[in-house]
Design a protein around this ligand. Structure first.
Ligand SMILES: CC(C)(COP(=O)(O)OP(=O)(O)OC[C@H]1O[C@@H](n2cnc3c(N)ncnc32)[C@H](O)[C@@H]1OP(=O)(O)O)[C@@H](O)C(=O)NCCC(=O)NCCS
Length: 293
């Protein structure tokens, strides 16, 4: 099946030639046109969303890490909240819904320090995570650039301690806990370009290349408004130049570790954290990583 989501090599080459600001301008224009078309032609209610999810095997008690593009689904009545509620109503309180709420924290030039406020710093990972993190009962981890938000009985446990981890993908932090839970990775309208669990392996094994920066100072503000100084790491800046996450699509599909389901106008990818991590460990042993393909 031709993927509606995966970027072709041709498109990637064209994109590389267009300055980022122009790409952003063009994408905003495309989004407006797409939304108007969807309002007229492709509307989905909560029950439709729940049916797409149950058809893809999502069930009560599941741990789900969700990456999403709302705009690619079609017009969703009730917007981001409808998608969030559909998941919560299916997996229930025993289940756990997690989303990346990654952010570009403010930089205080005077004090030469990043400032991350768990309540106020916005995420850039889309309308669904941004709506999710602000909902009652949702917990957000403290990590200046790589926080996650979670809902369900285990949410507090999952987000706890991210600020004390050596790096954002530490096996001791929320991403290690996703591995422990063997969470399902659900990707609505996005491919491996937007899959943060691909970085778990970078902490779990002795990774063949240097990935993380030296420690950077940040002031964090917790949900009670209490301030604290921490040190965090991020990915080295040069890595994005050679990174090709989508080599994983081929292996995940060839080894039958991921399934692609219809989801409104787009696709829903479903796979599991342990399968992904074990596949990447195996590939790393053969010298294959997302940074050298
Ligand atoms: C970047 C990304 C979020 C962009 O996707 P998108 O669909 O354009 O944007 P969002 O998911 O924020 O959805 C908002 C858009 O949906 C559309 N929209 C608005 N209301 C809607 C509704 N009720 N129903 C459907 N679409 C709607 C609008 O076009 C809106 O754009 P606007 O906010 O500029 O008006 C997406 O491509 C992506 O990468 N997602 C995954 C991010 C991630 O998890 N990264 C992990 C770290 S690597």
């Amino acid at each position: 099946m031709e993927s509606k989501v995966r970027e072709s090599a041709f498109r990637r080459k064209i994109k590389a030639l267009i300055p980022f600001q122009i790409q952003k301008f063009l994408y905003n224009f495309i989004k407006k046109f797409r939304l108007a078309k969807n309002i007229a032609k492709n509307k989905y209610a909560k029950e439709d969303i729940k049916k797409f999810l149950t058809d893809a095997g999502i069930k009560k008690g599941d741990a789900v890490m969700l990456h999403s593009s709302l705009g690619r689904v079609g017009y969703v009545e009730g917007g981001a909240d409808t998608i969030i509620e559909a998941f919560i109503e299916i997996i229930g309180e025993e289940g756990i819904l997690i989303m990346p709420t990654f952010s570009a924290p403010e930089y205080d030039e005077k004090r030469k320090i990043y400032v991350f406020d768990v309540k106020k710093t916005p995420s850039y990972t889309g309308a669904i995570p941004e709506t999710f993190r602000l909902r009652n009962g949702v917990k957000r981890s403290i990590s200046p650039m790589h926080s996650v938000a979670a809902h369900g009985k285990k949410a507090g446990w999952l987000v706890q301690g991210h600020e004390n981890c050596d790096n954002p993908y530490s096996m001791r932090g929320p991403f290690g806990k996703l591995y422990e839970l063997n969470a399902k990775i659900c990707q609505i309208g996005v491919d491996q370009l937007a899959n943060s669990c691909i970085h778990i392996v970078e902490d779990k094994i002795k990774f063949p290349i240097k990935i993380f920066s030296d420690k950077i100072k940040a002031e964090i503000i917790d949900e009670n408004g209490k301030k604290k100084i921490i040190w965090f790491r991020k990915h080295l800046d040069n890595l994005y130049k050679t990174r090709n996450n989508n080599i994983l699509e081929k292996y995940l599909l060839e080894e039958k570790l991921m399934k692609i389901y219809p989801f409104g106008n787009t696709e829903l990818r479903v796979h599991k954290v342990k399968d992904l991590v074990h596949l990447m460990e195996k590939l790393a042993k053969k010298g294959i990583t997302i940074y050298n393909s």
